[in-house]
Design a protein. Sequence first.
Length: 389
Amino acid sequence: MKKSFSLLAGIFIMFFLTIFISVALVRSNLQLRVVESRRASLEAFYRAEAGIERAVFELRRDTDWSGGEFNIGEEKSYSVEVYPVIIEGGRKQVWVRSIGESTNELLNTNVQRILLAKIELINPANFFISTLGDLRISSGAHIQGDLLGRDLIFSINYSAPLDGRYIRVEGDILYTRNLTIDEKYVSYEHKILTSPPVFTSVDLNRYREIAKSDGRYISGTFNYSGTINRANLESNNGVLFAEGDIHISGEVKESFLIVSGGNIYIDDNIVCSGSTQIGLLAKEDVIVPVSAPDNITIEAFIIADGGIFKAEKGDSAKNEFNFKGAVSVRGKLGVDTAISIMPAYSKRNYIYNGELVTNREIPFLPFMASILEWREVSATEPFPPEEES
């Protein structure tokens, strides 16, 4: 009897353990599938985000970029579609749809997450002067165009004769933090508190590749004064790139882009013939050196990624500084103004060249790109969104 009971008890325990282990395995498998499903979903979402970031990166370089499919190894990671919706002046908005995908072998499924974003593209030449840093404008300046900076400081020389105290701005004053202004001596159209801009960096790798492919690549410094055209500068695509500093001056006969991995020094006049334009992009600063003439004229679009556009001061102030074009500079910590032409030149005339936006001739210029809005959407939602189609 005892043996029979022990046998029955053993069989019951084994049966119970079998059921328990089976349930545990089923639950473990279910949990594993849930975890794998969440992992695949997150991976697909992150890949969709990567697609949006890829769109921002590519659209800064080429506003006509239309998207594509992108892989990780042999597996498709994400695909991007682009649809332009607004084009006016130097501003352009596009809808971007990014589909992130993740293939899960355990679940034998392909998970998709879809993000929709509206991206604004802005020509950095939309503003006459734009900077992430501070901007100090001194008495005697005459500016034809809009100003954009963090702190805008209009510095009045109250000891100067009355007619030498004024600052004329024939455009808007846009600031992102503080404005210091004496309205009695500063004239302008509007003053606007706005959000910080997205600065256009100088992409050295991109311009290095462009220069090496069909332009002019220089491994060191470069000095040139004379007629600026593709033949003289030995560049078929109108791009010259130097790893070091560049010294430049002359008459622009063909639209050109000059990029420096260091500083750009403007040694003398740069004037554009007819409708030609020139872009001067420096990874560091753009400088008018002490050796520059007492009266200088510069016609260019300038980007100083390192921080500032300045004229170096000698023992005494020079006479007249004439600038036509547009300037975009990053600004520097510890520097109270991103553009410093005063006190090197006592008279400063700044004229905005709207042709840099409406009829841009400079090859391979970058754009500013920022995400205005984004959201996750379903696969059934039309693209572009119906209200924008």
